[in-house]
Design a protein around this ligand. Structure first.
Ligand SMILES: Nc1ncnc2c1ncn2[C@@H]1O[C@H](COP(=O)(O)OP(=O)(O)O)[C@@H](O)[C@H]1O
Ligand SMILES: [Mg+2]
Length: 243
């Protein structure tokens, strides 16, 4: 391994293809424990593909991905989740016919061994963070608003006690009010020390939350650095952030 070995996540020069079409070309990124790292870029620039590669949903043709010192780029998603990654990928995957509470229980399914008592306590703690869900505990998840489903997906991911949370487009399709709420939760999770890899079309918001960011263009990293620096750089704003 040629890259620094102290990162929690190390993506090193991955190439990803969909059939004959190359979606990522030699993408590298690092995320250190406790960091929030944002992946930015225009439509079809490869943001989701990068996250999918980390989660094992797509397999790079070349390059490597390490979680700590374990290579994960050949692993299937369940194996990767078992190693401590959690995601709420694009969209909101809740179980629509189950209640909010049952959805949360499903989140902890992979660590059932911990026992029902611990689980109840943890759900209780999480509901402090997501008070709106508490009001809806017995309601079926399919009847929640888009923003509430997004929160449920996030709360459920948290119950897995992930080492790294991967989030693709947390604000997609949400009303501004819910975008605020989702970001508020993300700030709280960050302050709790959670490591987060996130994608958002809303670059401004993402850069305010993130410690560092990578900008993708046509499947390649064209820019990276401290989020604050990218956020304040007029050139960057003009070229990559649409203003
Ligand atoms: N399942 C797929 N099959 C074929 N091409 C895909 C698929 N998913 C994404 N792509 C292509 O890969 C490129 C990167 O897509 P994606 O990672 O979804 O970009 P972003 O998330 O930045 O919008 C795009 O050109 C897109 O059309
Ligand atoms: Mg995408």
């Amino acid at each position: 391994m040629t890259v620094t070995d102290s990162a929690l996540l190390t993506v090193d020069s991955i190439d990803v293809y969909y059939g004959a079409v190359q979606a990522l070309s030699s993408v590298s990124l690092e995320l250190f424990e406790g960091e929030v790292v944002a992946i930015l870029g225009g439509n079809a620039s490869g943001k989701s593909t990068t996250v999918k590669s980390v989660l094992g949903v797509v397999k790079p043709r070349n390059g490597t991905i390490y979680l700590d010192d374990e290579r994960i780029d050949g692993c299937e998603p369940p194996e990767i989740i078992a190693r401590g990654l959690a995601s709420n990928p694009e969209g909101r995957r809740v179980f629509p016919r189950m209640s909010v509470y049952e959805n949360l229980q499903m989140g902890a399914y992979v660590r059932r061994r911990d026992g029902a008592h611990t689980l109840r306590g943890e759900i209780e703690e999480l509901l402090e963070l997501f008070p709106r869900l508490r009001e809806r505990l017995t309601q079926t998840a399919g009847t929640l608003s888009g923003g509430e489903q997004q929160m449920l997906a996030m709360a459920r991911a948290m119950l897995r006690k992930p080492r790294l949370l991967c989030i693709d487009e947390p604000s997609m399709g949400l009303s501004p009010r819910f975008v605020d709420a989702v970001y508020e939760r993300l700030y709280t999770l960050k302050n709790h020390g959670l490591s987060i890899l996130m994608v958002d079309q809303n670059a401004n918001r993402a850069l305010e939350l993130a410690d560092r960011a990578y900008v993708l263009q046509s499947g390649s990293v064209v820019l990276s650095g401290a989020a604050r620096r990218l956020h304040d750089n007029p050139e960057v704003r003009k070229v990559y952030l649409g203003g």
